[in-house]
Design a binder for this molecule. Sequence first.
Ligand SMILES: Cc1cc2nc3c(=O)[nH]c(=O)nc-3n(C[C@H](O)[C@H](O)[C@H](O)COP(=O)(O)OP(=O)(O)OC[C@H]3O[C@@H](n4cnc5c(N)ncnc54)[C@H](O)[C@@H]3O)c2cc1C
Length: 418
Amino acid sequence: MDALPPLSFTPAVGEHAFTAKQKALLATAHELGRDKFAARAAHWDEEASFPFANYDDLRAAGLLKICVPEADGGLGADYPTYMMVAAEIGRFCGATALTWNMHVSSTMWTGVLADGIPMTESQRAEHLRRRQLHFRRVVQDGAIYAQPFSEGSAAAAGRAPFGTTARKVDGGWLVNGRKIFASLSGAADYYGVLCTEDKGDEKPDAKDTLYLAVPGRSAGFSISGDWNPLGMRGTVSRNLTFKDVFVSDDEQLMPRGIYYKGAQTWPAMFFTLAPTYLGLANAAYDFTVQYLRGEVPGEPPVKRRMYPTKQIAVAQMRIQLEQMRSLFLRAVLEARPHPSKDERMRLYAAQYSVMEGANDIARLAIRTCGGQGMMKHLPLERIYRDSRCGSLMLPWTAELVLDRMGRETLYEAGEKDE
Ligand SMILES: Cc1cc2nc3c(=O)[nH]c(=O)nc-3n(C[C@H](O)[C@H](O)[C@H](O)COP(=O)(O)OP(=O)(O)OC[C@H]3O[C@@H](n4cnc5c(N)ncnc54)[C@H](O)[C@@H]3O)c2cc1C
């Protein structure tokens, strides 16, 4: 493996001393994206339909099980490796990368991240036993997991308990509630739902958050609502309703109370939406360079590179892209349970820079390429629309990141003003 030749392209995360596994996975993602996903992206966008064909390719390449541990039949990619590969997918199809993130995150929470979350001996044993079921579904059946957390309340921002509830019954749980923006709705086989344990008269408490996989065929489960958004149209993020949906005990993706601890232990998990947008920033930049050189396939070979204003714009885009790549790479390489305060600040800064930066670069790309460059048959206008969605993703929207950074800089834990 170590004798692998150097990559024939610069990955979306930039250059780095990649491991052999990282190189191999980056090459697979790049080839899939370039040869298959790029050409299909306009179709999912136009129809706002789910990229099923891309998922067949991801499955065939083993990428649905990228973060399932090797001992369970997966590829055993760690957090930084996943983040690098996800950026490469995002470079060719934003909707595929974003939905693939929802799926892979389900296997990361239960796999590589859960390993770093403190549990009692019996919780650990329960978790190791139960997660085998989920890993087996992904590895053997090629199953897809969605990650519907949002509800339209303060819960997805981490400021209130989830309104969706689960009540303990014999052999499992009864789930009731509603989720909004559930990417992969109708495409996923299982929906990894965050809900609050319903303890009768007790006040709902975020510490009682449960993480349950609801099979898409369950009685009482339904999908509703239109999906006709500005960007990321292929994610098909509709609403889910749960009406007395029974799920068995084995559908617990984490033991009771552990998700809450996990969210506190592993803030880097909320950074997993960012690689899609780093990929989009690369795509906008790549397109601009190709366009100005008159090298876009199917377009007249008109060169626009000789104008100093174009040269300056490309330089500005490259500077911003390099800043994003550097911060991104540092944040993913240093990600760990219980990061230091500086590491957490860098993570926020990386999230903000990538999510806002992707749209900045796409905006500059449109201004620089001009009117003909934003026609629907070219990818730039889709990249522009897709890139606008990054800073809306909870819990780390651009606004909430600023909010957290300011507050956590000026107040140490527990400090209050009189
Ligand atoms: C393409 C796409 C795909 C998505 N896929 C998924 C998915 O698969 N799973 C999932 O769980 N979610 C998903 N989401 C939802 C996303 O994470 C957000 O939950 C959603 O965009 C929030 O929209 P809203 O209008 O309800 O936000 P609101 O809750 O109305 O908030 C609006 C804005 O106000 C700010 N805000 C929110 N709460 C607070 C607060 N407590 N204090 C201060 N400011 C606050 C935030 O900046 C937020 O952007 C997706 C969203 C998009 C756009």
